[in-house]
Ligand binder design. Structure first.
Ligand code: URA
Length: 438
């Protein structure tokens, strides 16, 4: 079908056959569709939506538009597993979860992203580790996935290349917020990694990518359905992002937090709970545990024994980082020159946080980007962030700002104070794991 006829059919609300969707995606990849046609197609999909069969076809076509990783020649002794998150603030789950699942027998080829908008990026965090390369050659990547069980690296140009053009056009044509386009974009890339199973972490709340709880739930259930129909068993969790997941946000500060969890220095908290729940789902999906209790028992043992920390250390060393990061983190991880405590202006219960605003405060400190090619400052960020439900006395710390200059610290302090609501009465703490959708 001519592209303009396919666009017309979608514009008029008709469902497109899978073969037509594949032709369109091929045209996006090889230039057969002009930018105007890609934009018009995206807008037609945005306005008319797609049914489940069309979304599966779009996902599969994007997945197949480039290299699809194949692990079969390596004779891996365990399943190939991954997790993807819709992103948040203080969300360093990947840094802990990848090595942890590897220590339980999984193989995790994790292709991660950079910070986007107010959300932090796993690659930016890992690059706070001196020497860590997120662009290893294919042989190194495959060797680490086989021998260490985990490698967290950046997107290569060969994986789902069509998504890059489609996303760039969506970005400038007001068509990002479309469920079938989001689902096929996320899954097209993830399913190109040759996974046996995927676990999705879809965030809900003031720091989430989707604007409402209903939209987050719809995204989670559509992802679980479409991925499973495209042949990759997928579970989606809905988890709370109405406050930063860890009590910190930034790059080096989040690597420090990951080390604290992996080495057992931090034994509780929301980050650990979400990571452990996602990891248990991965072990279940990969057949590495018979039930959730067995999965969690195995995870607990592998964390306590130091096996998960050891996998993290081997991954870091294998990708060019220091071989003694665990023992000498303070020597290797950068620190900011200005450290300022932000104190509560009045007494009260911490009732609400504008988590997005906290993420943007970190971006403005230099921990994220204003423009795509901006450098990221690994040292800046927030630590000791108070939690929803905390009762604070006047003058008690709300968080600590790590900044490059006094001016930056002052601005971040103002932003932080504006982003929190203290009240006379406590508000119920939001449920952390809101649902598990299979
Ligand atoms: N992340 C993606 O990779 N694609 C989208 O469309 C939205 C978020």
């Amino acid at each position: 079908m001519l592209p303009q006829e396919a666009i017309r059919a979608k514009r008029d609300g008709r469902a497109l056959p899978a073969a037509t969707i594949r032709e369109l995606v091929e045209g996006i990849g090889d230039g057969g569709l002009s930018d105007a046609q890609v934009g018009a197609l995206a807008m037609a999909i945005y306005l008319q939506g797609m049914d489940a069969a069309e979304t599966v076809a779009l996902t599969e076509a994007i997945r197949d538009s480039g290299e699809v990783l194949d692990w079969s020649d390596l004779d891996l002794p365990g399943p190939v597993l991954d997790k993807h998150s819709t992103g948040g603030v203080g969300d360093l789950v990947s840094l802990v979860l990848g090595p942890w699942v590897a220590a339980c027998g999984g193989h995790v080829p994790m292709i991660s992203g950079r910070g986007l908008g107010h959300t932090g990026g796993t690659l930016d965090k890992l690059e706070a580790i001196p020497g860590y390369s997120v662009t290893p050659d294919t042989a190194t990547f495959r060797r680490l996935v086989k021998d260490v069980g985990v490698a967290i690296i950046g997107q290569t140009g060969r994986l789902a290349p069509t998504d890059r053009r489609l996303y760039a056009v969506r970005d400038v044509t007001a068509t990002v917020e479309s469920l079938p386009l989001i689902v096929s974009s996320i899954l097209g890339k993830k399913l190109a990694c040759g996974l046996d199973a995927l676990v999705m972490d879809v965030k809900v709340g003031s720091g989430a990518f989707m604007p409402t709880a209903e939209a987050s739930r719809e995204l989670a259930s559509t992802i679980a359905e479409v991925a499973s129909q495209a042949g990759t068993s997928t579970t989606a969790l809905l988890t709370d992002m109405s406050q930063p997941l860890a009590p910190c946000a930034g790059n080096a500060v989040e690597v420090r937090e990951a080390l604290a969890v992996l080495t057992g220095e931090r034994r509780d908290g929301r980050l650990l709970t979400v990571t452990r729940t996602l990891a248990a789902e991965m072990l279940l999906a990969g057949g590495l545990a018979a039930d959730r209790d067995a999965a969690q028992a195995r995870l607990d043992e592998r964390l306590a024994s130091g096996a998960a920390a050891e996998r993290f250390a081997r991954m870091v060393a294998g990708l060019g980082g220091p071989s003694d990061l665990l023992e000498a983190a303070d020597r290797h991880l950068p620190t900011a020159p200005v450290v300022r405590e932000v104190r509560a202006e009045r007494a009260g219960h911490l009732r609400r946080m504008d988590t997005r605003a906290l993420g943007l405060a970190v971006v403005e400190l230099g921990g994220g980007r204003r423009a795509p090619d901006d450098p990221v400052d690994p040292a800046v960020g927030l630590t000791g962030i108070a939690a929803l439900g905390d009762r604070l006395a006047a003058g008690q710390p709300l968080a600590t700002v790590h900044a490059r200059s006094e001016d930056d610290a002052e601005r971040a302090e103002r932003q932080l104070l504006a982003a929190v609501e203290l009240g006379e009465t406590p508000a119920p703490a939001p449920t952390l794991i809101q649902d598990i959708i299979r």
